[in-house]
Design a binder for this molecule. Sequence first.
Ligand SMILES: [Zn+2]
Length: 386
Amino acid sequence: MAWKQKRLGWVTIGVALGVTVAVLVTLGGPHQEQQPDPVSAGLPAPQRQPVVSGPVPEVPAPAEPRADWMRKLGPNEKPPQFVMFSFDGAASKEHWDRVLPITRQAKAHVTGLLSGVYMMSDDQGDDYTGPGHDRGFSSIGFGGTRQDITQRIEYLNDVIASGHEIGTHYNGHFCQGTEPSVGTWSTEQWNDEMDQFFSIVEKSRAKGFQLDPKNVRGGRTPCLEADWKAAFPAMKAHGLVYDTSHVSLGVTWPTVIDGVYEFPLPEVRVPALNRQAVMMDFNLWYALNGAKEEPEKAAEFTAVVVETYWSVYRAAFNGNRAPLTIGNHFNEWAGGAFSAAVEQFMGEVCVQKDTVCATYTEVIQWMQLQDPQILAQLRSFPAARN
Ligand SMILES: [Zn+2]
């Protein structure tokens, strides 16, 4: 208890947590296997596992000058509340044109998870063969005309130059039902997909794309699907250090699974519906009306989603301060309700006190500066539930 008060006196998430922390400290830390089951004692279960397995991957130190929050925490200091916005696909000028001014105003950095096929013009589709699929086939099509590609390189270069991160959403987006879907792929098939992603990046670089492949450090799998045991070795083999496709119950600190950082998407309560949903655009849409196009309900849906974001943010901010992962596609589903919600929330939340809207790499860089014991303690806290 003394250690907790000395190092993490800010934790005020209730008696239950205090008891959990005290138990962990008494036993010598969260890596201890034998812990009393708090559930049987009527207490919330701590976020116990997985914590860290495999070597902790490293990213380069942050560039100078550093932001004021990019430093080691002082005694009793709370972590900043990180909010990590990410956009699957990442190839929509219309959406970047709306998002970039918000990020400038709110001093936010975001992450675009690029689908490689969007960097290929339609007439080059035959250069891609999805693992197990026909040559020239992609579930999400290709990138349009050659002029579209030229324009895409230009605006993505602006995105990169503005300090945002580009990760990967892989290529052909083969979800369950389009077999062989990514959930069935072997390591060899994932390697093939990632080889093709990086070769598309190289071809785009020859046309002026400013993305350094070394800066592609992680991704999100299509529809959050994969056999992780098969996918993670391929991610590591391609230099990826994070994945952001798992789902956690509530907001939890990122863990390291088999040597890859995992930033899960939280499953949360949607207050207006009083039901649980994974906090991602499509999942929220499905929870709202079974993912039916009802553009006339756009304003209502936006309000429900923004309220959900705030409620989850407050739970994390007043709780474990775990980074909040907000995943979205660049889409106009339900009359653009979900894009409007994420844009509104970004503008509002990123300017809040003690709140930093950062990229995945920035949050990893911040974690690298912290005392490992503090990180272990943070990971042992119960998930923030709204
Ligand atoms: Zn997707």
